[in-house]
Ligand binder design. Structure first.
Ligand code: HEC
Ligand code: HEC
Length: 505
């Protein structure tokens, strides 16, 4: 008996067949070792460490800079009309996002209500969709990106180095020409990114501050925090439209900045600057580093850290389609599970679009930046670390389950054909015909990348189980996340967004 078992193991290890391994749950116990025999060589041949944060200099959330950054991140004082904050679309208890397909920023009917139930009556004027055309990605682990921020990479490190988070070399942003460094981008990709939401009319700037240029609104907001005179704004008719409504709690901000920068006497203009505001917010975001996953423990040697089905999923994930696998790691590669590159997967083009195409209803993705045909409809490969908690998924939040998003990868044409609109977490959608036509255009474009894998439901289940092993338990634990959320009674600046809503319970 013993002999036979050993024999089976050896045969299995030498010529294991991925679909056979992934075919069933039979003999859970024996198969488990067999699975490790198949998976361990893959892990070592790829040189995986399991740690998406290896060699990264993560700021401590209790540091004074991250603490003040947190206060800014949660403050509606950075919204032009003081009705939208960073946290509006990136709440730690909502997976670092907003749990909506498409976000609602300014002019929400209830500004502090986040997640499901957040509405803005004005959506009807925007093809039935909220005016923000893309899904809000998570702020968790933004410190682990080395090349790009945003779905289309419009904030980009010009000298990407592993572990640097864009620190080395220049950073290109929408304020500089493609390929050129923005001299005001700041010290890393996350700071560079943090300077843009405040410039977006729909996200934070507000319609009433629309005459402010990108740099003017940043300087205006910093000036308003500390109560000094900011830029003078003239609208297209030549009228001075500078907002002169003061904030109630400038003294609080001034005192905080003085303490954090240890500058008791500096002039306000040099103390509270837009560069410092974005740097502080960036430090808070960069402290949201969650990479302690069961998969990491497995890679480090603990065979019991993940389930047998997760191992089946991992084998599928890392095996090419030629060998009967699902080929996921060809794009979701390395310990952060992304190649930081762009691909057209024809994920449904939900939303009112980014103004591309004849009628403006399309979103050309990366091609908006590179103007290359081959980048049309291509979006950055998302990381899969903690992806379990960051739904709804895809660049426009089209899918509300991991099963559905994997089935799209498995057979995109079928997924688009049978797309269930009821899963969209937006209300009263009206332009579904266009959405379908635009999605089919992406599917039929020459750069569409996916081979039909036609995975069985069971295989999809294994992949889901594997992906769930990429979740750091902290991101599902209110107590653990509490450090990244200011206490409700701490509202010292008068504009703190204390979120309410079903999803936050
Ligand atoms: C109204 C919702 C909304 C608000 C408010 C908002 N964001 Fe976002 N955020 C988004 C959306 C949508 C994207 C993706 C946009 C794109 O890729 O075109 C995004 C992208 C990001 C990213 C990029 C993450 C990545 O993986 O590349 C970061 C970081 C981020 N936001 C931080 C912030 C900060 C900091 C603030 C406040 C200064 C903020 N956001 C305010 C919706 C919002
Ligand atoms: C050709 C490259 C490529 C391959 C192969 C690939 N993916 Fe993706 N994946 C992407 C891109 C790009 C996106 C985002 C597409 C979009 O939003 O339009 C994505 C999105 C996802 C998402 C949603 C993430 C989010 O935050 O919204 C999951 C989950 C996912 N992929 C899992 C998988 C699995 C499992 C496999 C193997 C079956 C796989 N991927 C194979 C490139 C790829």
């Amino acid at each position: 008996m013993k002999k036979i078992l050993i024999g089976l193991c050896i045969v299995g290890a030498v010529s294991y067949n991925v679909s056979a391994i992934a075919a069933g749950k039979m003999h859970q116990h024996k198969f488990n070792k067999h699975l490790d025999k198949a998976l361990r060589p893959i892990v070592s041949s790829l040189g995986l460490t399991g740690d998406p944060l290896l060699n990264r200099d993560v700021p401590d959330i209790s540091s004074p800079q991250a603490q003040l950054g947190m206060e800014l991140f949660f403050s509606k004082s950075l919204g032009g009309d003081r009705d939208s904050a960073c946290v509006t679309c990136h709440h730690p208890l909502l997976g670092g996002g907003d749990r909506l397909s498409l976000p609602i920023g300014v002019e929400s009917d209830t500004p502090d209500l986040l997640g499901q139930g957040r509405t803005n009556a004005d959506a009807e004027n925007h093809a039935g969709f909220p005016p923000v055309p893309r899904n809000a990605p998570t702020t968790f682990n933004v410190i682990a990106w080395d090349k790009f921020q945003f779905h289309d990479g419009r904030v980009e490190s010009l000298n990407p180095q592993q572990g640097a988070n864009g620190k080395a070399g220049g950073i290109r942003t929408p304020n500089s020409a493609f390929g050129d460094a923005d001299p005001l981008a700041g010290g890393n990709l996350v700071q560079a990114q943090a300077r843009f939401p405040v410039t977006s009319r729909e996200e934070m700037k507000s319609f009433s501050h629309n005459s402010y240029s990108d740099q003017d609104i940043r300087e205006f907001l910093a000036a308003r925090l500390a109560g000094y005179e900011g830029p003078q704004i003239v609208d297209e008719n030549g009228n001075n439209v500078t907002d002169t409504v003061p904030l109630p709690e400038t003294a609080h901000w001034i005192e905080k900045f003085r303490r954090v920068f240890n500058e008791p006497d500096t002039q306000l203009e040099a103390l509270v600057t837009e560069q410092r505001v974005s740097m502080l917010i960036g430090e808070y975001e960069r402290s949201q580093a969650f990479g302690n996953t069961p998969w990491k423990r497995y890679v480090e040697g603990d065979n019991r850290a993940i389930s047998a089905d997760a191992k089946r999923g991992a084998i599928l994930f890392y095996t090419s389609d030629m060998q009967g696998g699902a080929n996921c790691s060809s794009c979701h590669s390395g310990d952060f599970f992304t190649d930081e590159s762009f691909h057209n997967l024809a994920m449904p083009q939900v939303g009112e679009g980014k103004g591309n195409g004849d009628d403006g209803s399309k979103d050309f993705g990366r091609a908006r930046e590179t103007v290359l045909e081959q980048d049309k409809f291509a979006f950055r490969t998302p990381s899969l670390v903690n992806v379990e908690v960051t739904g709804p998924w895809s660049h426009a939040g089209a899918y509300d389950s991991l099963e559905a998003v994997i089935k799209h990868h498995s057979n995109a044409a079928h997924a688009i054909d049978s797309f269930d609109e009821s899963q969209l977490l937006v209300e009263n959608v009206t332009n579904l015909d266009k959405m379908r036509a635009n999605t089919l255009e992406a599917l039929n474009a020459p750069n569409f990348e996916l081979e039909a894998l036609n995975l069985s439901d069971m295989q999809v289940g294994f992949l889901v189980e594997f992906i769930q092993s990429l979740t750091d338990p902290c991101v599902k634990d209110r107590d653990c996340l509490a450090q990244w959320i200011p206490a409700n009674d701490d509202d010292l600046n008068g504009d703190q967004l204390n979120a309410i809503g079903e999803d936050l319970r």
